[in-house]
Design a protein around this ligand. Sequence first.
Ligand SMILES: [Zn+2]
Length: 376
Amino acid sequence: MHNCIGILPGAAHMLEHNCCNRSERYSENGSFKKFVELNGGMTNATTFMRSTQFIAEVPYQHMHATWDGLVSQVFEPIFKAHNTKLEATIISNERNDERWYPAGNELGHYLSTHVYFDHLVSLRQTMGSDKDLEAFTPALLRHYHRYYFSPKVYAIVAGEIDSDYVCETLERIPTEVIEMPIHFETPRWVKKEYHERKFRDVGRWEYRLSAMFHEPLDVSTIEAINFILEYMANTTHGPLYEWLRTRKGITYDTNPSQCVNEFCHGWTVLFPMSNRSHVKYVRDNVYKQMRKALRDRERLNLEADRILNGRIFNLQTIGSQVDVAQNDLRYFDRIVTETEINGYINKMRNVDFVQTIYNRYFAPEHVGEFCAVPES
Ligand SMILES: [Zn+2]
């Protein structure tokens, strides 16, 4: 519902809050949450850029009742004017904590607004202004609630519950495709070329190399990019880590990260340094080091083995299985199997293939540079 023409800003989040108050099965205010949590479980809801998620975790003997309660909360909420008014002021308070939106601190805010622009949903779209929030009524929420009956809704259930029962419940819920005219800006670089800026809460010279891509990337490409990042910067035998920490002693760590959302994909490697001459040294030599490392067949093989061996620790808990399934569904519309991912990792033993990925996603023309500098 974010950025939808004709829909009041903040609607998705306001709807989420109000659904959690009362439902046909738990009509007393907050009674579903109390049922779950007084039994040692947890329930919550979150609104993302393009979706809202309702979750509940509970000891196994309460699975059935919790499933029924959660479904009722999502599809049979009861909206009352009293709650709608209170949620308006609660959300206003929640919004006022978002000082550095879309990030949690000044540096993150600067990166997302002055280095690149990637926050496609404004704070007003996410949370609503006070005026927007005051305009919500139970009737308006009921009107927007129609959007919940989308064929795109999915449920992830793990644990002691009869899956036939879960499927029957879902089959009884009618669905309808409603066209939603949306307008999103394109993510873009604001200032890609190297620059520095001082921040009060930065302790080191934080040099970042980043790239962003607007086309949706498939799972194999994302895994390949992730492999290269992990390979380069890992603390076991990562070539960048060995170069800058083990041999030169000029950094404590090298930190790679990937950012995937519904509209763009990006990666960053953060090099925390101690002064400008160290930053210059990294800038002058980093591509030479990366290109050399990507021709090292033996080390690429060791890295593939290391990652595959480490993967046996994945998916060992229900929580991690649900997290992975949920991310896959959100970004790829399907659950990606372990066998498939292992296949992508094995492909990275091929030096020519690694080279192709590097040229397309890591070569200097795709990369922006920024250095955050401590204030004193
Ligand atoms: Zn909220």
